[in-house]
Design a binder for this molecule. Structure first.
Ligand code: ZN
Length: 334
């Protein structure tokens, strides 16, 4: 597995201890996210934005990170390189590809919020494609950091937009929380899927579909005290592996997403603490990913060193704090 992760994603250190570092590093966040399970899976076809108008504003959110980004993204949304599709909820997502030197961005959404989430994510990928002129093979944890990191670094602008546009603070807080669940999903379910794929791919013969569902549930229950899960939610968790296309079609990509999510949260925390995270994010987006060991590049860019068990320190408190503030607002607490 370590070999596959190195060849596919440039992850040049042992994966299993790194997954354990992350699992042990976010206890408060796991507790809160497991409570939000129902919220993350409830479909809601809310209408609060106008498609073109929103995409234009999204380019301005990225423009707050670097003035060059806004015109770049504006030319993307005016071109036929951007394709918007309305799809059933399970198929929502997106893709950014460069084929024969031409950029193609697809955003598949089922409601306004999923359009917002998808656009902010894919715009992060599109910026790297446009700014870096990279022609080398993609190195996934950094590549996904462009997208997840961009979504989080623009969260303040997004939140202001939700609160202003969605008619009131309570709904704005709700939309912000739902927006935040997407990067968190990369961290939480990404970690569960990573641990599961580590087990399956080291011992494929011992897993039937029923085993996989059972292990998915067991692994999610090891992250938190299970008393809060309703039987329905347990069913849902057990079934979640089925809508994970990554588990079988794209082995180990979850591992790269988890790493990217930790990178992104660390950038976000540093930005909120007044650090130079935006400068570092811009360097990540504007320079081709160098062909050096992943851990070395993280060190160079000030991203967490996950070979160090203390590397998640402070990130859990920060994330849990933001989640608690938003959920508190929803339940009417101060
Ligand atoms: Zn992505």
């Amino acid at each position: 597995m370590d070999y596959a992760c190195e060849v596919l994603y440039g992850i040049d250190f042992s994966v299993s201890p790194m997954l354990e570092t992350i699992a042990a590093g976010f206890p408060a966040t796991w507790e809160l996210v497991s409570d939000l399970g129902a919220l993350s899976s409830t479909p809601d076809a809310q209408t609060f934005l106008e498609e073109d108008g929103f995409l234009r504003e999204a380019t301005a959110f990225y423009g707050t990170l670097c003035p060059d980004y806004q015109p770049l993204l504006e030319s993307l949304i005016e071109s036929d390189a951007l394709q918007l599709e309305t799809v059933p909820q399970l198929l929502a997502g997106g893709a950014t590809k460069v084929t024969n030197g031409r950029l193609h961005v697809t955003i598949r959404s089922y409601d306004d919020l999923s359009l917002a989430v998808g656009a902010m994510h894919e715009f992060g990928h599109a910026l790297y494609a446009s700014c870096s002129n990279a022609s080398d093979t993609v190195r996934y944890p950094i590549y996904e950091t462009h997208a997840i990191g961009g979504s989080l670094l623009c969260l303040d602008a997004m939140e202001a937009f939700f609160r202003e546009r969605a008619g009131g603070d309570e709904h704005g807080a709700y939309l912000t929380l739902r927006y935040l669940l997407q990067p968190l999903d990369n961290l939480y379910h990404g970690l569960i899927r990573s641990r599961l794929s580590a087990e399956i791919f080291t011992s494929p013969d011992s897993f039937s579909p029923r085993d996989i569902a059972r292990r998915y549930l067991e692994l999610s229950l090891t992250l938190v005290d299970d008393t809060g899960y309703s039987p329905d939610y347990q069913m849902l968790l057990g079934a979640r592996w089925m809508n994970s296309s990554s588990l079988f079609q794209n082995p180990f990509s979850d591992i790269s997403c988890v790493l990217a999510a930790v990178n992104a949260v660390s950038l976000w925390r540093d930005q909120q603490a007044g650090g130079d995270a935006v400068t570092r994010y811009n360097a990540l987006v504007q320079t081709p990913i160098p062909d050096i060991p992943y851990a070395d590049y993280c060190l160079r860019m000030g991203l967490p060193d996950l070979t160090d068990p203390a590397s998640c320190e402070g990130l859990d408190d920060f994330l849990a704090g933001r989640l608690t503030a938003l959920t508190g607002e929803l339940s009417g607490e101060e």
